[in-house]
Design a protein around this ligand. Structure first.
Ligand SMILES: [Zn+2]
Length: 124
C-alpha cells in the first residue's frame, strides 16, 4: 500500500495542488527575481519561511542566511506562492526598472545627454 500526501493550497480563492505552484521571489519593484517549484524531487516548500530559506540556500550558515533574508525583506523583497503559469509569466517579463543600484554606485558612468554621443548624424 502506498500513501500519497496531496497538499493543496488556496490562492485568490482558487484551490490548487501545491505541486502546481511556484514560489516567486520579487524585487522591491515587483518584478520576479527568482522562481522555484513548491514541490520538487528534493524539497516540498509549504511555507513562506521555507521558501525564503531555499531561495537563500547558498548562504552557508543558518545565522548568516537568516540575516540575508532579513536584509532582503527590509529592502522590500517579497516571497509569495502563485500558480506555475503566473510564476513563469512573471519570470519571463523582463524587469524594466533596471538593476537595483548598490549603495555608492548610484553615480551614472556616463551622461546620456552628453552631446558627444550624438556626434554622428544618421541623416547626413
Ligand atoms: Zn522591475
Amino acid at each position: 500500500m502506498t500513501t500519497t500526501l496531496n497538499l493543496s493550497v488556496e490562492i485568490d480563492g482558487v484551490s490548487r495542488p501545491l505541486r502546481d505552484c511556484d514560489w516567486v521571489l520579487r524585487r522591491p519593484c515587483g518584478c520576479a527575481e527568482a522562481i522555484m517549484h513548491a514541490v520538487s524531487s528534493l524539497v516540498t516548500l509549504t511555507s513562506e519561511h521555507e521558501a525564503w530559506e531555499e531561495f537563500y540556500c547558498d548562504v552557508p550558515r543558518a545565522d548568516r542566511r537568516r540575516r540575508a533574508v532579513n536584509a532582503a525583506r527590509k529592502r522590500g523583497y517579497t516571497v509569495a506562492l502563485t500558480s506555475i503559469d503566473d510564476a513563469v509569466r512573471a519570470w519571463e517579463a523582463r524587469c524594466p526598472h533596471g538593476e537595483e543600484p548598490e549603495p555608492g554606485q548610484q553615480a551614472s558612468l556616463f551622461d546620456p545627454t552628453d552631446p558627444a554621443d550624438d556626434a554622428v548624424d544618421v541623416n547626413a
